[in-house]
Design a protein around this ligand. Structure first.
Ligand code: SAH
Length: 351
């Protein structure tokens, strides 16, 4: 029988000071908070009972919620990218991806269950929105990958399911916890947004050292709002103005993502227009060749077409890279994360 106080918040997500308050309220010496912190954030312990440095009597007495999810499914792509389907404590599913590359291990984290932005070429957008993730649910993804792949996570990209700037407080708090408690550099984290009014300014105020990536996908308002319905209420012009203010305020570069859709936004004329739009910016463009999803009428451009688009930007002096596709075979690539359909198609493939 548990008559001890149960914490109102999961232990994961709490700072050392908060853990110390909890530990001492349990009548335990303060140094146990340091141990708890180490087990939570470095070892990725899933259950309080497994913290073997704690006295057995205490472990049997209290059953605090650590805030961990359950791995419902795990798929390894031929390129070693691992996609996880995680079940949250309320039963909802999210996906997270571990991407090894040389010395690096990048985790692509989700910030919401589903997404309300409804971008026409994105699997998560097709799924609709369920809810925001809490800090511990984002941290849990990183710790799950780190423990399961048995190597230190070095980089974080907020490019999984969801729109991070619609869950900004939790995202900023998570960046601090990943930095201070997991020891990951803020500079090794990227927050990607399709744009939410006023939120880029709020992100600037948070004063992070992380990189802001903005999903542009089109150099004109007409084309952009066709691909991104939310772009109707937040014009391309306003978005870029907000990016400019962000650069001025933070002295940090913004990088722009541009998903290339064959015959839709990959023409040479649009490449020139994009270059005009970004003239005079210290920016960086990341081209993402479209990854196929169900129910979308798009195709990935031919390699020559991608290279031509890239060459035009380069000729205008714009720094541009083409994102290497990872995890395509397991639907783990950009835009392919989807908690329901993804699960079904996987069970067909992997059962
Ligand atoms: N909501 C945020 C985070 C998602 S990041 C954002 O929009 O920025 C994922 C990146 O992959 C975004 O740039 C997104 O537009 C892009 N993307 C979505 N669907 C894609 C697909 N099917 N193929 C390639 N890139 C896609």
């Amino acid at each position: 029988m548990s008559m001890m106080t149960t914490p109102t918040r999961p232990l994961l997500g709490q700072t050392l000071a908060e853990l110390t308050a909890w530990v001492t309220a349990q009548g335990q010496p303060a140094y146990r908070a340091k141990q708890l912190h180490e087990w939570l954030y470095r070892r990725g312990v899933r259950q309080f009972q497994d913290i073997t440095v704690f006295p057995k009597s205490w472990r049997e007495q209290v059953h605090p919620d650590l805030g961990r999810s359950r791995i419902a499914r795990r798929c390894v792509a031929p390129d070693r990218t691992v996609k996880y389907l995680l079940q949250l404590q309320d039963g909802h599913f999210i996906e997270t991806v571990g991407i090894p590359s040389g010395e690096r291990l990048t985790v692509c984290v989700s910030s919401q269950v589903g997404c309300p932005m409804a971008c026409d070429f994105c699997a998560t957008g097709k799924q609709g929105f369920t809810r925001n993730l809490a800090v511990h649910e984002i941290l849990d993804q990183v710790l799950t990958v780190q423990t399961d792949m048995a190597r230190r996570v070095s980089h974080i990209v907020f490019m999984g399911m969801g729109e991070p700037l619609l869950n900004l407080d939790a995202v900023v708090d998570t960046v601090h916890r990943l930095n201070q408690d997991c020891g990951i550099s803020q500079r090794a984290m990227t927050i990607s947004t399709v744009g939410v009014p006023h939120q880029i300014e709020r992100l600037a105020q948070a004063n992070l050292q992380s990189t802001l990536a903005v999903s542009l996908h089109a150099p004109t308002q007409a084309l952009r709002q066709q691909l991104i319905p939310s772009g109707r209420h937040y014009s391309l012009e306003q978005l870029l103005q907000d990016c400019r203010s962000y650069v001025e305020r933070t002295k940090r570069r913004v990088s722009f993502e541009y998903t290339l859709l064959a015959e839709v936004n990959d023409t040479p004329a649009l490449a020139h227009q994009l270059a005009q739009l970004l003239r005079g910016w210290q920016s960086h463009v990341n081209l993402i060749p479209y990854n196929p999803i169900l129910d979308a009428p798009y195709e990935r451009p031919q390699r020559a077409r991608i290279e031509a688009f890239q060459a035009i930007l380069t000729s205008h002096g714009i720094a541009v890279t083409v994102r290497q596709t990872r995890g395509l075979e397991t639907q783990a690539a950009c835009g392919q994360l989807r908690s329901l359909a993804g699960k079904l198609s996987e069970s067909l493939k992997f059962s």
